[in-house]
Design a protein around this ligand. Sequence first.
Ligand SMILES: C[S@@+](CC[C@H](N)C(=O)[O-])C[C@H]1O[C@@H](n2cnc3c(N)ncnc32)[C@H](O)[C@@H]1O
Length: 310
Amino acid sequence: MGRSRKTNQLIREFLSELKEVLTKDGSITLRSLIFQENFHSLEGALKETEIKFIYPSDLKRFKDKSLNVLDICFGLGYNSASLFNNVIRQNSLINWYALEIDKKPLEYSLGNKSFQKLWHPKVFKILKALLKNSKYKDQFFDCDILWGDAREKIKNIPANIKFDLIYLDGFSPQKCPQVWSVEFLSKVTQKLNPQGYLITYSCSAAIRSTLKDFGLNIFNNKPNLVSKNLWSYGTIAVKNIDEKVLQNNLYLKKLSWMEEEHLLTKASIPYRDPTLNSNPKDIIKKRVQEQFLSNLKTSKKWRDKWGMTK
Ligand SMILES: C[S@@+](CC[C@H](N)C(=O)[O-])C[C@H]1O[C@@H](n2cnc3c(N)ncnc32)[C@H](O)[C@@H]1O
């Protein structure tokens, strides 16, 4: 029997927007033809999730305890699937929200055998329920995914919930500035527990400066083998950090002098979206104008000083 017209239409829509990509660790990801960017690094989708989000989360802190998590830009679901996989094994109670504009990446990952094989069967069950009902609930998991623009949908998360972990995994600020603006990040950080971690792969000076201006402590997720062009796996921002916690988490490193200097360059000028519904091109254009008028040092000078090639 042939495919229905609706299925063919969905496949056509998928192929015009998304393309499958195999990464070096054998895990699959997607490329967005609209944003012109891959969902994950070509080094490995699974590897990226673990290094950039799961390890710095220090999930063992929540063994036999409860935790609140917000996953912004859920995509194929790697970050949360990996998180669920870990907390299932340690009897944590999880209250979880996710924001995502497009259902297609999750439809795709659920249909992919190699993605399924990575996780405990219960993780697959949760993801399936999220696609079908936008909700999953049992004795340990209370999960809601809010489909739509994160800038709008974040308002629907009950105001009293503060998150222990917030994952921010949008496309890069240059491609998707709407999820990195001062105004959106302000809404996000209002939802962070005083000791909660806001974790992102981005080490952009604009994002770090914005978070620092909100009074958060900024840490580098520092690679073991630091090279001139690979000095960060991302940023962890925390309102109040306990020195003991800091010592126990090997993934949180204070910013180096080189990184502090990055925050004094034009690259630190933030993305602005005062109405929280600006068009990405306008956000970028306004920032370029602001950079042009600024007296700050260029990031090229900073890169030259620290011997970076890019
Ligand atoms: C880099 S991918 C996320 C990868 C994902 N965390 C994973 O584990 O597969 C970025 C995601 O952001 C979503 N996105 C883009 N703009 C958005 C917006 N305004 N609100 C919510 N999600 C958005 C895209 O649909 C895409 O799934």
